[in-house]
Ligand binder design. Structure first.
Ligand code: FAD
Ligand code: NAP
Length: 273
């Protein structure tokens, strides 16, 4: 029996030409996952197919991708960067509606809310496409019943890379009805950002910075308007491994630690490369 299924692209969204896009594909009815988990996606890349013209296509490159969709969605959505010299992401970006994408039947990953005991505040910290895993959580109604506040920090280079922003802004406005307050804080590292979102009361021009710098100088909590405290905060880190390592070090000095030996922690992390 095959370890993967063949699915079909049903739609694509271009967020930033040659850099950021999403792809939505059909879903196998037996494929189930928790928000924050990832799948292995397969593609036929290179001239492998040309040399076996009569054989049915079979994937030869596989990469991990977090599910963006809510867990009960009929289709599966993935959000991707295009790594210019990458083997996989440019081929994924070229896929057209109707073309096949293969998905491993096994799901992976521990960046899930099951890692935490309930707390007051859930902090979701992403750089770049690390946002993917959190979108699934935010789209899942179950997430909203567990915390009083959900805070999403999204660090990108430029404002043009703030994908899914309309959905996230709409969520800040709707969140009171969902059971928890939602605070969305985009942060740009290469240019200042004009911010007229929650938690900014007046539109503000925010200096360019990395999330780590803002945590160290206290501006992160100031911009969010909430203190990050180990007793009541649960925090996830996802995306660039250098960010994850640095942030994890800073948080450990403040009393945050992953769970171990069956004891739930207040920190969970996922590296994207
Ligand atoms: C658990 C897990 C979940 C992942 N989920 C996603 C996801 O939801 N969306 C996504 O775009 N990627 C995700 N990735 C990364 C993805 O698996 C591929 O690495 C990526 O698509 C690039 O593939 P590639 O063959 O083009 O380049 P690769 O040869 O795989 O990577 C080359 C280099 O590109 C850079 N790079 C790789 N991935 C990224 C990225 N996401 N953002 C910025 N720089 C990157 C790194 O410097 C890396 O060394 C995930 C990785 C892991 C381990
Ligand atoms: N967009 C571009 O201009 C550009 C340029 C070169 C390459 N690329 C390609 O784009 C891919 C990168 O994609 P990306 O921009 O989404 O991801 P990224 O490089 O991980 O950057 C996303 C965000 O993470 C920040 N960051 C990086 N290291 C950090 C650390 N140690 N601590 C805290 N924050 C940190 C970056 O800040 P900084 O901006 O300060 O690094 C940026 O704000 C690469 O694979 C490359 O192929 C893009």
């Amino acid at each position: 029996m095959s370890r993967y299924t063949q699915q079909t692209v049903v739609s694509k969204t271009n967020w930033l030409t040659d850099k950021l896009f999403s792809v939505t594909v059909t879903r196998d009815p037996d494929f189930s996952f928790l928000p924050g988990q990832f799948a292995r996606l397969g593609l036929c890349v290179g001239d492998q197919q040309a040399s076996n013209a009569d054989a049915p296509p079979s994937p030869n490159e596989w990469r991990a991708y977090s599910m963006v969709s809510r867990p009960d969605a009929n289709e599966l959505e993935f959000y991707s960067v295009v790594v210019p010299d990458g083997k996989f992401s440019p081929a994924l970006a070229r896929l057209q509606v109707g073309e096949p994408l293969w998905i491993d039947k096994t799901v992976f990953g521990f960046l899930t809310l099951e890692r935490f005991v309930d707390g007051e505040d859930l902090w979701l910290v992403a750089t770049g496409t690390g946002l993917s895993a959190y979108l699934s959580m935010l789209r899942d109604p179950g997430t909203w019943t567990r915390f009083k506040r959900i805070i999403l920090l999204h660090g990108v280079r430029n404002a043009t890379e703030l994908a899914y922003q309309d959905e996230l802004i709409a969520l800040t406005q709707r969140s009171a009805n969902q059971g928890a307050q939602f605070i969305y804080l985009p942060v740009t590292s290469q240019e200042p950002l004009t911010c007229d979102l929650s938690p900014c009361i007046q539109p503000q021009r925010l200096n360019a910075a990395r999330l780590t710098t803002l945590l160290v100088n206290g501006e992160l909590e100031q911009r969010v308007g909430v203190a990050l405290e180990p007793i009541r905060s649960r925090i996830m880190l996802c995306g660039n491994p250098a960010m994850v390592t640095e942030m994890r070090g800073l948080l450990s000095e403040r009393g945050f630690a992953p769970g171990r030996r069956g004891v739930a922690g207040n920190l969970a992390v996922e590296n994207y490369w």
